[in-house]
Design a protein around this ligand. Structure first.
Ligand SMILES: [Zn+2]
Length: 234
């Protein structure tokens, strides 16, 4: 029977290792997802800046085009001017010419402003694109780690499954079902005796129980929490 407690302890070691490896892999997966989200946020920011640049460029072209149109109209009015004999009409045409000149300058200002906006946006885009490369590299790196861990876990799981099978084969059915049931119900089936109490629930154990656990003759359950008491040297 002493063997049973030793087998249970070894079984728990196997299960602890499996649990820790799976938790580690889950943490890696969460890291990978977080880095993915960070990269996607930067990617979206880059798209927004590029859209802004496209809008500024369109407005720039509009300014150039409208300025050209105004100057063409102005030129036509100036040509027409020579054929006008009526004084009132002549002055009206001069006003039209001045108005076209004014409008042309306004459109040129728009084009100039857009040029400045474009310059700033191009700087921003270069910076954000650099950020994105770093974030994408981080994702690729993290994915490599994750895939390595995944393979390692799969290999180790195979080994541990074999070991678990051989350990379970050595357990008496009652010990095995208690272990399985307690692992599911309490997360851990085994609790050490610490200073004469249950190390899990701190239930004060009768001295005779402590002696029995130390002797390892049979499986003893804590009266407080129902888990299997084990003797460890510490
Ligand atoms: Zn207990």
């Amino acid at each position: 029977m002493q063997d049973q407690v030793a087998v249970l302890l070894e079984l728990r070691q196997v299960d602890d290792e499996l649990r820790a490896m799976r938790a580690g892999l889950e943490a890696r997966a969460a890291d990978l997802q977080r880095k993915h989200k960070e990269a996607d946020a930067v990617r979206e920011a880059l798209t927004r800046e590029k859209d802004r640049l496209a809008a500024a460029e369109a407005r720039h072209r509009e300014g150039d085009r409208e300025a050209d149109n105004c100057r063409e109209r102005k030129k036509k009015f100036e040509t027409d001017l020579s054929s006008i004999k009526n004084n009132t009409e002549y002055h009206a045409m001069l006003k039209q010419i001045a108005a076209q000149e004014q409008k042309a300058r306004e459109w040129e200002d728009v084009a100039l402003q857009m040029m400045e906006v474009e310059e700033e946006l191009q700087k921003t885009i270069a910076r954000v694109a650099g950020d994105l490369r770093l974030k994408d590299d981080a994702v690729a790196e993290e994915r490599k780690h994750y895939e390595t861990d995944q393979r390692t876990l799969a290999d180790r799981e195979k080994e541990l499954a074999l070991r678990r099978k051989s350990l379970i084969a050595r357990l008496e059915p009652i010990a095995r079902s208690r272990y399985d049931r307690l692992t599911v119900a309490k997360g851990d089936a085994l609790v050490p005796v610490v200073g004469g109490s249950c190390g899990g629930c701190h239930y004060r154990l009768p001295p005779q129980t402590v002696n029995e656990v130390r002797g390892g003759e049979r499986i003893i359950l804590c009266e407080g929490c129902g888990r299997i008491l084990v003797w460890t040297d510490t």
